[in-house]
Design a protein around this ligand. Structure first.
Ligand SMILES: NC(=O)c1ccc[n+]([C@@H]2O[C@H](COP(=O)([O-])OP(=O)(O)OC[C@H]3O[C@@H](n4cnc5c(N)ncnc54)[C@H](O)[C@@H]3O)[C@@H](O)[C@H]2O)c1
Ligand SMILES: O=c1ccn([C@@H]2O[C@H](COP(=O)(O)OP(=O)(O)O[C@H]3O[C@H](CO)[C@H](O)[C@H](O)[C@H]3O)[C@@H](O)[C@H]2O)c(=O)[nH]1
Length: 329
């Protein structure tokens, strides 16, 4: 039994590959290396450079490697970029996910885990938000992911195929053993950007919007450590293999932190008082989004191990230093 990890050369995917290898799984990765790196894939996993929309390639991999499960991370992930290029996002996230799901069904892969996102909720009426809240994405990115969730739901109803869609909140941090981390070039994620500024890779950083209706005027998010996130996927994989029904679950800690609170914490942990410029709002940003994680805990038996902002930041900062040391910036 082999697990096919799409996007396994990327930030979250590479952590997933390590999590699977740590549990003794056979792993094959497909990644076109658009934002990922071949060096991020451990030697013990096979990397096939290619596109998830290439059905001949994907179906050959499934057959030749004896793939029983797919964990699907490959996609385009930047909210404001999706506002500027909606059709590009619908192609890479929705159309190519459709091709991948079809290949899975054709080749009899019965278990599928999908990287969904809190962006499917838009700005929820109630926070923390539970899975049955209204789905009103505010960006093409969120819509492109919601459409994939719908395809999975309908495919599972029609075929011998079960899935878990995990709606990630704000993923951050790095492998505590420093085997991988977020290496994305031109990153836009808050903690990554703040750590790059603290380590001198950027001269300053901006805060996008200071007039939101929150306690300090900046947006509020729920930051989850990437290692806790990939552990939830591993538990979801075991549950599907044990016959568990399809499900959709939030992955977050249930705790909201504002942009300014995060920046202050990065300054504290790094000991560097870097420059922060207050700017206008960024398109597509919901004000506040925090998970209700009860379902993930109850159904998967998920027990987070790194629910501590300073610990998340210390791992992210350490990875930033590793990138410099390894000349990979
Ligand atoms: N980072 C977050 O905070 C976050 C939050 C919610 C959901 N997600 C989802 O998690 C997944 C992984 O995100 P990430 O942060 O690791 O991003 P990433 O950009 O580091 O990883 C994505 C990987 O997919 C690859 N890829 C993209 N399109 C491909 C294609 N058509 N064929 C083959 N490979 C392709 C890229 O080369 C890259 O290695 C994405 O689906 C994203 O939407 C991320
Ligand atoms: O330099 C920066 C970077 C970010 N922000 C702010 O920080 C907050 C978080 O922004 P991120 O870009 O880190 O993350 P998003 O919440 O926009 O999106 C992330 O989480 C979402 C789920 O909530 C999606 O899944 C998406 O893939 C993932 O990028 C936003 O208010 C943003 O405007 C800044 O002020 N300055």
């Amino acid at each position: 039994m082999t697990v096919l990890v799409t996007g396994g050369a990327g930030y979250i995917g590479s952590h997933m590959v390590w999590e699977l290898l740590d549990h003794g799984e056979e792993v094959v990765v497909i990644d076109r290396l658009s934002t990922g790196f071949d060096w991020a894939v451990p030697d013990a996993a096979e990397l096939i450079v290619g596109d998830i929309g290439d059905q001949d390639l994907v179906e050959r991999i499934i057959e030749e490697k004896g793939v029983d499960s797919i964990i699907h991370f490959a996609g385009s992930i930047i909210v404001p970029e999706s506002v500027a290029d909606p059709l590009g996002y619908y192609l890479n996230n929705t159309v190519k996910s459709r091709a991948l799901i079809e290949s899975a069904v054709r080749k009899g892969v019965k278990h599928f885990i999908f990287s969904s996102t809190a962006a499917v909720y838009g700005t929820p009426e109630e926070c923390p938000v539970s899975e049955n809240a209204q789905l009103r994405p505010e960006s093409p990115y969120g819509s492109s992911k919601l459409m994939t969730e719908i395809m999975l739901r309908d495919t599972a109803a029609a075929h011998d195929f079960r899935y878990t869609a995990l709606r990630y909140f704000n993923v951050s941090g790095a492998d505590p053993k420093m085997r991988t981390g977020q290496s994305t070039k031109g990153a836009t994620h808050l903690i990554k950007v703040a750590c790059e500024t603290a380590t001198g890779k950027r001269p300053f950083m901006e805060v996008y919007g200071t007039d939101y209706p929150t306690r300090d005027g900046t947006c509020e998010r729920d930051f989850i450590h990437v290692s806790d996130l990939v552990n939830a996927h591993y538990l979801a994989l075991q549950r599907l293999r044990d016959g568990g029904e399809s499900m959709v679950a939030n992955c977050g800690y249930g705790r909201g932190l504002t942009v300014l609170e995060v920046i202050d914490a990065v300054k504290r942990v790094s000991g560097i008082d870097f420059e922060v410029v207050m700017s206008g709002r960024r398109p597509g940003d919901p004000v506040s989004i925090v998970a209700r994680p009860d379902l993930c805990k109850a159904e998967l038996g998920w027990v987070p191990r790194y629910n501590d902002l300073e610990l998340i930041i210390s791992h992210a900062l350490e990875w930033e230093k590793q990138l410099k040391l390894r000349n990979r910036v």
